[in-house]
Design a protein around this ligand. Structure first.
Ligand SMILES: Cc1cc2nc3c(=O)[nH]c(=O)nc-3n(C[C@H](O)[C@H](O)[C@H](O)COP(=O)(O)OP(=O)(O)OC[C@H]3O[C@@H](n4cnc5c(N)ncnc54)[C@H](O)[C@@H]3O)c2cc1C
Length: 400
């Protein structure tokens, strides 16, 4: 593929007329002394071959513009707060170690902060080949301008192939700024990643309302950037560290800020369903909000967190942070019990990696059954009390 580029510096009215006469598709428009090419262009290249020399040029986009061998290394940006790394970073290290097999690249962690020693240790124990550390008091708190300057400086020096970010609220605002600064592409909210032998990162994510899985790559630009949700991948095994720590000099990196951080006010922490080990997920089968009381004994027995599908958020029955799915949270509990949920792709993408999935639905053809380890066909209003009785009889849990 490619396109025709016009050098307007060389275009006069006469040249514009000449090109208009050459083009069999009426693709040239000359307005306000500016010659442009419209959508009629079929890239027949007659204007290049027969037109005045040097005015029209064919830009061939199929030829690789970059030497892919010159860019090596999969880097995980380790988001941190109060010197504690967000666990999504370790999950991304795990995935990076898997996908590097095809290109035999090294896996790096990139840490920006102040007094980072403990975080460096935690990255090393997950088996990275190296940790790049930008440790400076100026980086104590996250600041998008200074942190972007650091990544720019890191990339200019090390020319890595890939930089991965967690799809956290911070990662979602930071990664696009980094992409713009480095003039490269970014795929947000990937659910899968893979690598070609040429080093192209395959960034896979649901698209068009979840109806297709899009496989996106960045063939002509480096670095390749992607954000990935928390709980999509597993943390790697902890191993004997072997990686190298690179303490980078920060003195020449621009630390100028156009905004000043006055104070950090931490939000009241609420239970994050992404971290729950046992979840009872409820869907539209519940006819009234009051009916949710039915699950309370079961919830207490299993010490579960209750989460829900999107319609229940829309009903105002739950705050948004309790929604599982593509536009909610991704969960990976040890046990997930789904009650009266149909299994739209939007919901399934947020829970399919759970360790044990039990679903209850009165429709034996419901899609969620295909993604469940155990399927119970029945009315939730009958099955829930039975499940509760069963647990009591088994004596596994104390009754409430
Ligand atoms: C862009 C986009 C993003 C979205 N993101 C999300 C998301 O992140 N999370 C999400 O959940 N949804 C999301 N949705 C909405 C999603 O498409 C579905 O509409 C939603 O998941 C359906 O919720 P549900 O399964 O509770 O309801 P329904 O689809 O109505 O399913 C209810 C199920 O309960 C069963 N049932 C009914 N009565 C009983 C009973 N008495 N006993 C047993 N079973 C019974 C029915 O057979 C049915 O299978 C999104 C939609 C769009 C367009």
């Amino acid at each position: 593929m490619g396109y025709i580029k016009v050098d307007n510096q060389k275009v006069t009215k006469a040249i514009a007329e000449e090109l208009k006469n050459i083009c069999p598709f009426n693709a040239f428009e000359y307005v306000d002394e500016y010659l442009s090419i419209n959508a009629n262009c079929r890239i027949c290249k007659l204007c290049v071959k027969k037109g005045p020399k040097g005015v029209c040029e064919f830009i061939d986009e199929s030829k690789p513009k970059i030497d892919k061998q010159a860019y090596k290394g999969i880097t995980v940006y380790m988001e941190q707060k109060d010197n504690i790394c967000h666990p999504v970073g370790f999950e991304l290290i795990g995935k990076a170690k898997e996908i590097k097999e095809k290109t035999n690249e090294k896996v790096y962690a990139l840490l920006i902060g102040y007094q980072t020693e403990q975080m460096v240790e935690s990255c090393l124990k997950y088996g990275v080949d190296g940790v790049f550390v930008y440790d400076d008091e100026a980086y104590k708190d996250f600041h998008i301008e200074t942190y972007t300057n650091v990544i720019e400086s890191f990339y200019k020096k090390h020319q890595v192939n890939v930089i991965l970010f967690g799809s956290t609220p911070r990662g979602r605002s930071f990664a696009p700024r980094v992409a713009a600064r480095l003039k490269t592409g970014l795929t947000a909210d990937c659910t899968k990643l893979d690598m070609t032998e040429e080093g192209d990162l395959l960034q896979i994510r649901p698209a068009f309302g979840g109806n297709i899985m899009a496989k996106i790559n960045t063939p002509n630009h480096r670095p390749q950037l992607a954000t990935i949700r928390y709980k999509m991948f597993n943390k790697p095994e902890v191993i004997e560290p072997f990686g190298v720590v690179y303490h980078e000099d920060t003195k020449d990196i621009n630390k100028e800020k156009h905004t000043t951080l006055v104070e950090v006010i931490n939000k009241k922490t609420s239970h994050d369903i992404s971290d729950a080990e046992v979840i009872i997920a409820v869907g539209r089968a519940f006819k009234k909000e009051k009916d949710l009381e039915l699950i309370e004994p079961l919830r207490q027995k299993l010490n579960a967190v209750v989460a829900c599908t999107r319609p229940l958020i829309e009903n105002g029955w739950f705050p948004p942070q309790y929604q599982i799915g593509l536009s909610g949270r991704t969960v990976k509990p040890k046990l997930l019990i789904n009650l009266g949920i149909s299994g739209s792709v939007h919901f399934i993408e947020g829970m399919k990696e759970s360790e044990l999935i039990i679903s209850v639905n009165n429709d034996e053809h419901c899609k969620l059954f295909d993604h469940s380890h155990y399927a119970i066909k029945g009315d939730i209003y009958e099955v829930i009390p039975k499940l509760n009785d069963l647990l009591t009889k088994m004596g596994v849990m104390k009754d409430v």
